[in-house]
Design a protein around this ligand. Structure first.
Ligand code: HAM
Length: 418
């Protein structure tokens, strides 16, 4: 294929990996529905100004990473680099706050950022996100966190992720803190990398997020000492309720975010295993002033977005794959009786949510086994005349290569229990 037609910097998600994406999406939707979140599908592109005014003019995302374009009418648009801005716009535009005083929404889909592609960082990536409007109490922050952790738990990642939280306070606390931080950073500006020199001018809190200098700044003032009474009480409330919810967390006093809309709680869920240069598999926090800032009423809100691609990489690292059964027929090719029995078994397995492939009555048993192998099946169920008459099957484990004959009546329970 001509080079310019190839998907440079973009990816095709194929087969088993796509199945894992679907698996994580299904788990997430199930958990989100249990917590009473409803789906919203905002457009993938919005007016460029929406992102500038929410994420912040001086953030890396807006300054360097947006895919922007001008349409035929000369409007400046941008592919969404994240989901919160569009959801807040939709919340205001559809007057969702007038329907109920609390609104809980979730979304899933592609986001776009012009970043240097590497493992765990893509220009088109997937997020599963949730936004909770209308509750200023720490219970809302904690609901968001518990729900987020439950998704990881259901995805088999309970021991593979850790929750880090911090509070960025409100506008007032931040103003005081910003001044102190700037003084302290200024006194050692020679230690700063080039990016941080820029950040210092425009957005000094972002210096704390520097990947190069983080260790050098361990003794910088921490925001916790600048929180006003209200913000301190809120952050204490979040921690106490996380304890009640039996949710483990660590306070990271220097945790800041790459988006400007946050107030009070911010958090990141990090993988305990290295995932390329990036280890945050989910992130979010509270943004109590954003709805009003975009022209809505003053409505508190909080939310999160799971980085699906990184989470899938973590699931793959833990050896997770969608388990499939291949049904093979041992007997004369084209035997309709055996094909019928295979179809009955396949229907039974699929009814029990077991991924099942086959049968292929026109292929030899050897060719069927080869196909089963190349399809990465976890097990092959083999039936011949003898097994059909005895109402049994041969169950072959494709990883260990062991096989045993079991009663057909036990097959579903046996596979589900493995
Ligand atoms: P964010 O930290 O920018 O927050 O992104 C959330 C997650 O998306 C990250 O932790 C990461 O897992 C994933 N992610 C971000 N950029 C990339 C990329 N280039 N490639 C692969 N994965 C990526 C937000 O987007 C906020 N909207 C979260 C939020 C929702 N806050 C409140 N509500």
């Amino acid at each position: 294929m001509e080079e310019e037609l190839q998907s440079r910097g973009r990816r095709d998600i194929l087969f088993e990996q796509a199945e894992l994406y679907r698996k994580l999406e299904n788990i997430s939707v199930e958990v989100l529905s249990k917590y009473n979140y409803q789906e919203i599908r905002p457009p993938t592109f919005e007016d460029e100004k929406l992102f500038k005014r929410t994420i912040g003019e001086t953030t890396d995302i807006v300054e360097k990473q947006m895919y922007t374009f001008t349409d035929k009418k000369g409007r400046r648009l941008a592919l969404r680099p994240e989901g919160t801005a569009g959801v807040v716009r939709a919340y205001i535009e559809n007057s969702l706050g007038k329907i109920t005083s609390v609104t809980k929404l979730f979304y899933l889909g592609q986001m776009f950022r012009y970043e240097r592609p590497q493992k765990g960082r893509y220009r088109e990536f997937y997020q599963i996100g949730a936004e909770y409007f209308g509750n200023a109490h720490p219970v809302a922050d904690v609901e968001i966190l518990l729900l987020n952790m439950e998704i990881f738990e259901k995805a088999g990642l309970k021991d593979k992720v850790e929750l880090y939280i911090n509070s960025l306070g409100c506008k007032d606390c931040r103003q005081k803190y910003r001044a102190e931080l700037l003084k302290s950073i200024n006194s050692r500006s020679k230690d700063l990398c080039k990016d941080c020199h820029n950040r210092m001018e425009k957005n000094p809190l972002r210096v704390l997020d520097c990947k190069h200098d983080r260790d050098k700044f361990k003794d910088l003032p921490a925001i916790e000492n600048y929180l006003c009474d209200g913000c301190k009480e809120h952050f204490d409330g979040v921690q106490s309720l996380l304890d009640s919810g039996d949710c483990k967390y660590k306070v990271d006093r220097y945790l800041v975010r790459g988006l400007d809309y946050y107030t009070r709680t911010v958090f990141e869920i990090k993988s305990t295993e290295k995932l390329g240069a990036q280890d945050a598999v989910s992130a979010g926090g509270r943004y109590d002033t954003l709805v009003e800032q975009l022209g809505g009423e003053s409505v508190p809100a909080c939310g999160f977005a799971i980085g699906v691609d990184r989470t899938i990489e973590l699931m793959e690292k833990t050896g997770q794959k969608v388990k499939k059964v291949f049904i093979a027929i041992a007997g004369l090719t084209g035997n309709l009786g055996l094909a019928g029995q295979a179809i009955k078994i396949a229907r039974l397995l699929r009814k029990n949510d077991i991924f099942t492939e086959g049968p292929y009555p026109d292929k030899s048993l050897k060719a069927q086994m080869r196909l089963s192998n190349s399809l990465n099946s976890s097990w092959t169920v083999i039936i011949g005349e003898e097994e059909m008459n005895k109402n049994t099957v041969i169950l072959k484990d494709m990883t260990g290569q062991s096989q045993e004959e079991i009663p057909l009546d036990n097959l579903v329970a046996d596979l589900l229990g493995r």
